[in-house]
Design a protein around this ligand. Sequence first.
Ligand SMILES: Cc1ncc(COP(=O)(O)O)c(C=O)c1O
Length: 413
Amino acid sequence: MTYCREQNIQIPESDLEGMSVDTLAVRAGQIRTDQLEHSSPIFPTSSFVYGSAAQAAARFSGEESGYIYSRFSNPTVQAFEGRIAAMEGGERAVATASGMAAILSTCMALLKSGDHIVCSHAVFGTTNGLLRRYMSKFGVETTFVTLNDLEEWAGAVRPETRMLFVETPSNPLCEVADMAALARLAHDNDALFVVDNCFCTPILQRPFDHGADIVIHSATKYLDGQGRCVGGVVIGSEPLMTEVFGFLRSAGPTMSPFNAWVFLKGLETLPIRMRAHCDNALELARWLEQKSAVEKVFYTGLESHPQHELAKRQQTGFGGVLSFCLKGGREEAWRLIDATRMISITANLGDVKTTITHPATTTHGRLPPEEKIIAGITENLIRLSVCIEAIDDLKLDLDRGFQALKNPSTGSI
Ligand SMILES: Cc1ncc(COP(=O)(O)O)c(C=O)c1O
């Protein structure tokens, strides 16, 4: 495309080459109609029209490029895909209806019956359930291993292993996997290395720089950033994404144009939001470490975190999620949660509003008891998604919880 500033239709992607992820967050994947609107347009339409029957045929056969039907082609969705692919440094992205749809589409498109996955125990509970309960029905078995035990990963690989799947840092214990080592292991064994980058986003971590073949996001979290929509995305090389796109076109776990538009807007503020999340989470983690009622704090930014150095090598920030164990069990955890007044009791994370969760009875509640123990999901564990309220107000609200622990008869201060 010849770039003509007077017409100002699009910024060609080549003009953005080498630019920072902060710039790509607001400029990549931009589309502009003849109306020359400044904000991204939204195309809430299920289908597109053709000038003639011949043109319709050419579009369907692929002879002519252009939009056909929003199950698999929509300009707003494509704009979101272009922007997140540029930010992650991947060739192409395929947007999906949810983060789980992104994981399902990746598995369905790239694996077949008889293939084997190695996955860390420490993953989002529903990811575990999808692999354990549903992929196994179609002949794809999964072995779960300790996230930071490379020997266990290597020992679990079989001749039929075609995928290594990891979430780093993990949900909710913030364990960190050595991505370069896992990428080598995967590639030595002709397997794909897939990273769920939900907790860090491309602002804090770019898994392709460490050898990943595929990056997955639940866009529902930080990419949206204001808790409005559910969505997901898979990013990778053109040949791999052609396969994922083929599954999406046939099966239909598609992102809606409205959600894509919300995510496009969310991406524009992602860099500044992520920095605010990191600042508040680090301060709160240090504060929680000083509390006598707290047994342990899990946050990669703390020097006490066993993979703090690895996190510093792989990440440019430590993220907004932290967890902590109270002295006690479920009763103490619930009492602290219930005594907060401002922080939202909800399972979502990555919103601008701080949320508090009891993983053992919510996000990881459906894990079999033995899996819960292995994954470190104990009854005294609380997860915080630390967001952008004033840090002193977050401390004040959590202190209501700590007061309630001292004074169990009232349940609150
Ligand atoms: C790390 C991670 N991956 C994937 C998912 C699934 O995403 P969604 O809820 O958008 O399907 C979640 C949801 O919490 C998550 O935390």
